[in-house]
Design a protein around this ligand. Structure first.
Ligand code: SAM
Length: 313
């Protein structure tokens, strides 16, 4: 199956990485190698590119796509939250830039066997890495009703969360819900017909919520955002593209903690904690896709890019 994925905020990300041809750059969410090709194109023979993805299919597709570039290339199938140990293993102490483009790729969504899509019938899986033990099947069939309601509400921002989890629990008492198609039918039955007629596919939000849970997407981001800043060299930049308000909040707060690390009480006239910022924000507000990009790629609709730069010591 051909790896199809249109990179979001491509030129904005590459421009903001401020790539120097001899530098070392990391793409922590390699996917189809779209952003990676923009990085490798700008690196010279002495430049180093490190591509990380949890998904073996993504690594294989990107390796093929990036073959022609002359920089050194290192591919690692791992979680980007292990960035420190990944660099340590390669004997690299600091990098000049990194990009994280969160969520799933269109390739993962389109590959019916992976169980990410509510449009194709498949076993309930949704794992980005097949090494992980938690699957969508386990979440749907074994989580308590209360846990299900909370995660569908929080990660899916779904107003019908409690009805959906009630219907899931009722159905699974009869028989285990094994496929995406069966889950879609349960969700459709739970959402009143009048609400189903408007907006996106009725299963979209619930599927997103389960995928975020299965892959611990927010937990990984929380752990990684500050570690990526730690490994940046002077003037190095980190670009993070998010697709969900909870992801964007994690990035915004992680950046803010480094821009303003002072822990002194507000009423103190001067700082006595001694904690000094080691980064500066490159854009105050997140960078959003242009109207042209939105017209060409509806997936970019909720994308936000935040950029931070490591200060000179
Ligand atoms: C939106 S796609 C990236 C697309 C890529 N930027 C491009 O232009 O082709 C996200 C990729 O990140 C991977 N991914 C998501 N979370 C990850 C994590 N915690 N660690 C490593 N890879 C992750 C997914 O497997 C997927 O391939």
């Amino acid at each position: 199956m051909e790896f199809k994925h249109t990179s979001v905020l491509f030129s904005e990300t590459i421009k903001n990485l401020n790539i120097s041809p001899e530098g070392t750059y990391v793409d922590g969410t390699l996917g189809g190698g779209g952003h990676a090709s923009g990085i490798c194109e700008r690196l010279g023979e002495n430049g180093i590119f490190i591509g990380i993805d949890r998904d073996e299919d993504a690594i294989n597709a990107a390796q093929e796509r990036l073959k022609g570039h002359s920089c050194s290339k290192i591919y690692v199938r791992d979680n980007y939250s292990n960035i420190k140990s990944i660099l340590e293993e390669q004997g690299i102490s600091e990098i000049q830039g990194a990009v994280l483009d969160l969520g799933v790729s269109s390739f993962q969504l389109d590959n019916s066997e992976r169980g990410f899509s509510y449009m194709q019938d498949a076993p309930l899986d949704m794992r980005m890495s097949r090494d992980d033990s938690l699957t969508a099947d386990i979440v749907v069939n074994e989580y308590e009703q209360k846990e299900l309601t909370e995660l569908i509400k929080k990660y899916g921002e779904e107003r019908w969360a409690s009805r959906i989890s009630e219907f899931i629990v009722k159905e699974r008492k009869k028989q285990r819900i094994r496929t995406t198609g069966e889950l879609v039918n349960v969700i459709k039955a739970a959402i009143p017909a009048s609400a189903r007629r408007e907006g996106p596919h009725p299963a979209k939000r619930t599927f997103q919520a389960i995928r975020i849970e299965v892959n611990d997407e927010l937990g990984q981001l929380e752990r990684a955002a500050s570690e990526f800043i730690d490994v940046l060299g002077e003037g190095g930049r980190l670009c993070i593209i998010t697709f969900h308000s909870l992801e964007d909040r994690i990035v915004k707060e992680a950046f803010q903690r480094r821009v303003n690390p002072c822990t002194c009480p507000k009423e103190f006239p001067i700082c006595t904690c001694g904690k000094k910022p080691d980064v500066k924000k490159i854009s105050g507000k997140p960078i959003l896709p242009s109207p042209q990009e939105l017209e060409m790629n509806p997936r970019a609709r909720s994308a936000k890019l935040r950029v931070i730069e490591k200060k000179l010591r």
